[in-house]
Design a protein around this ligand. Structure first.
Ligand SMILES: Nc1nc2c(c(=O)[nH]1)N[C@@H](CN(C=O)c1ccc(C(=O)N[C@@H](CCC(=O)O)C(=O)O)cc1)CN2
Length: 297
């Protein structure tokens, strides 16, 4: 069986079009322009690329982009002061601090300083709690993107067996909450899980989010299952070059699965599209206006 390839790049473009439509309605109907502030501390090359893409795409959908680039040795007080100013700024509806932060900064403290209503990453403990209790939350962008692709591909997810491999706060745990919210039977597997291959073989939906290149081989996959590969791992491609691979061994998984996301071009592009979706949602909520349809969990 050859799996259907779920084209995250094309899906993300459709999500951005929907966001642009909602932004246009906010601007023309209510005189409100959603604004997203992105804070980058230091010069991590991958983060610089992501932040540049975020700024460009924010402007492309008609929103205001505020970029704050701080030196790698920026102190906690200076960063917290900036967040306090962004929290108080009515033209800023979404705040994102690009991760990872330099080692001397306390990530949990910095995230806790963001106004939960502007926390478009969905990492603030208030949003984590709201999601876990099935209430209206800001939902982390990568899992939200995975959920959108799953719903689009499978329709109703209720009753399906889902296995999430990885228990990070950013992907694994919120992904499991979202799947539970859609009435899947959810298992979170991790490095201590006994007989991981057998656990994964039960799954109608596999979400791999461990950051280990090619860890999931095709013989772990139930025939016809939907495989969402969140891994973005840069590996040696010889001759001084590198290439990106996922957590799943693509060829062997694609031979068994019903559908699979590629790396690159799968989950990755959905992360930024969902950040834009969360920003327009945050703006709508801040102004007591209807939320965009199809862009939330
Ligand atoms: N505050 C946050 N920091 C980070 C997040 C996040 O959601 N919030 N996620 C990642 C990085 N990230 C966005 O910030 C991100 C990662 C990957 C992609 C993407 O489009 N990847 C492409 C490949 C790009 C490449 O060639 O390197 C793909 O998979 O096709 C977008 C955004 C960590 N930090």
């Amino acid at each position: 069986m050859a799996a259907q390839i779920i084209d995250g790049k094309a899906f993300a473009a459709r999500v951005r079009d929907k966001v642009a439509g909602h932004v246009a309605r906010l601007v023309s109907g209510h005189g409100v322009t959603p604004g997203l502030a992105v804070v980058l501390v230091g010069e991590d090359p991958a983060s610089q690329v992501y932040v540049r893409s975020k700024g460009r795409m924010t402007v492309e959908v008609g929103m205001a982009s505020f970029e704050h680039r701080l030196a790698a040795d920026t102190g906690e007080t200076e960063l917290l002061d900036l967040i306090a100013r962004l929290n108080a700024d009515p033209s800023v509806h979404g705040i994102l601090v690009q991760l990872p932060l330099p080692d001397h900064l306390d990530e949990a403290l910095v995230i806790a300083a963001i106004d939960p209503a502007k926390d478009v990453d969905g990492f603030h403990i208030s949003n984590v709690g709201l999601l876990a209790t099935g209430q209206k939350a800001m939902v982390p962008c990568t899992p939200l993107g995975c959920l959108m692709m799953l719903r689009d591909h499978l329709g109703d997810l209720s009753g399906l067996e889902a296995v999430v491999i990885g228990r990070s706060n950013i992907v694994g745990k919120p992904m499991a909450q979202l799947l539970l919210g859609d009435s899947c039977t959810v298992t979170i597997a991790h490095s201590r899980t006994r007989d991981l291959p057998e656990v994964v073989r039960r799954a109608d939906i596999v979400v791999a989010a461990v950051g280990r290149p090619g860890m999931v081989p095709g013989d772990w996959i139930k025939p016809g299952a939907t495989v969402i590969d969140v891994g973005i791992n840069r590996v040696d491609a010889g001759e001084g070059k590198t290439r990106l691979v996922g957590d799943c061994d693509f060829d062997s998984c694609a031979a068994v699965a019903g559908a699979i996301t590629p790396v690159p071009g799968g989950v990755g592009p959905m992360t930024i599209a969902c950040l834009l979706a969360n920003t327009v949602t945050a703006c709508s909520r801040a102004h007591g206006l209807p939320e965009p349809e199809g862009l939330t969990a």
